[in-house]
Design a protein. Structure first.
Length: 283
């Protein structure tokens, strides 16, 4: 396994591999790896000769300094996990290596960046778009792998690729869950045992909403039911929305013939978690 901390030698290494016709998959991560990340790595290893896993806690995408400070960092464990996969290249740069200067460009993403997460995390998608664009330019992957858990992030990156004509195929990989339904996330590491138990409420709420939706209960009424479910618990709902899974526009009726996503964000103690469920057509 090759580990690079600088852009120049990574580029030289990948240029040489590309000249040998090797295909390159990119798995962007912020580390604290879990089975969800590893499913992206496995997907890339199956499809490509080389997989570049980037491990970089991107300061530009954090609007909350406390969240950035507490974001779990587990490099040694991460490297040990990646060691198991063939063709692994790890890119673990410093913040100065990635951001030689503060970016002058601001990425907006219009309505796609303002809804759901965008309402509560100003500047977040600018930061995600910025670092992903940099990674695409540094690694020049044939394919890049992202998790469905960050559904809005995937939608935003799809627009980034379209708007900047990046020559990369995007893959959205399914959510990996714990037996009680909790979606795997690096932030789960911050939950104490009591909070960990309560965190399953997000998935429970998605299940209730899915059931109501199937019974043609109106989106407004489903929202009210979910809000009621959380008002009786000590998990604090930030939002629950029923949206078109691609445009992320709110759904007006349960009779819509379009891929639908149920999206949720909630605080369990200090830890903010998100989850979603796609209904009907695969994303
Ligand atoms: O999903 C994440 O972990 C991050 O947002 C990403 C895509 C690695 C960019 O920092």
């Amino acid at each position: 396994m090759q580990v690079f901390r600088e852009i120049k030698p990574l580029r030289a290494y990948l240029d040489a591999k590309r000249a040998e016709q090797a295909t390159i998959g990119l798995v962007p991560t912020m580390g604290a790896l879990h089975e969800g990340h590893l499913s992206l790595v496995k997907g890339s290893v199956d499809d490509n000769d080389i997989t570049v896993t980037s491990i970089f806690v991107n300061p530009v995408q954090f609007n909350n300094p406390g969240d950035l400070a507490h974001y779990p960092r587990t490099l040694d464990e991460d490297l040990a996990m990646l060691q198991r996969y063939k063709g692994q290249v790890v890119f673990h740069p410093s913040a100065n290596e990635v951001y030689k200067q503060e970016p002058m460009i601001t990425l907006g993403f219009g309505p796609l960046g303002k809804t759901l997460e965008g309402q509560f995390r100003p500047g977040h998608f600018h930061g995600v778009g910025m670092v992903v664009a940099k990674l695409f330019n540094i690694v020049k992957p044939h394919r890049a792998y992202f998790g469905q858990k960050d559904l809005q992030q995937f939608a935003v990156i799809r627009r980034l690729v379209e708007d900047f004509s990046f020559d990369v195929e995007l893959k959205c990989m399914p959510i990996i869950r714990e037996p009680d339904g909790l979606a795997l996330s690096s932030r789960n590491k911050r939950l104490d045992p009591d909070e960990r138990q309560k965190a399953a409420k997000l998935y429970e709420a998605l299940g209730i909403a899915h059931d109501l939706y199937r019974r043609r209960v109106s989106p407004d009424q489903v929202k009210k039911e979910v809000e009621g479910f959380f008002s009786m618990s000590d998990v604090t709902l930030e939002y629950f929305e029923i949206v078109n899974a691609s445009s992320l526009n709110p759904l007006q009726s349960t009779f819509a013939n379009e891929p639908v996503a149920l999206c949720i964000a909630a605080y369990v103690g200090e830890v903010r978690l998100i989850d979603n469920l796609i209904i009907g057509n695969e994303y």
